[in-house]
Ligand binder design. Structure first.
Ligand SMILES: [Zn+2]
Length: 73
């Protein structure tokens, strides 16, 4: 008997943490409550396959634009 090694759709490809993606369930995905920059989303789509967990999405949505350097240099 072979163990099925299916890709877990509810696993975050960024931090490997578990989360619940609303796209795979009846409830709306929590990610809809976040406002993520379209540019960031496009970048994520190229980097990762599937959804990210809320923690990562929150982190990314809170992050300033990549084009801005407001920190001390
Ligand atoms: Zn994550």
């Amino acid at each position: 008997m072979s163990t099925p090694v299916a890709v877990d759709p509810d696993r975050c490809p960024r931090c490997a943490g578990r989360f619940t993606c609303g796209a795979a369930g009846p409830a709306p995905c929590d990610c809809f409550t976040l406002t993520i920059d379209p540019g960031v989303l496009a970048d994520l789509r190229e980097r990762y396959f599937g959804c990210l967990c809320l923690a990562c999405l929150r982190e990314l949505s809170d992050a300033p634009s990549a084009g801005q350097t407001s920190g001390p240099v």
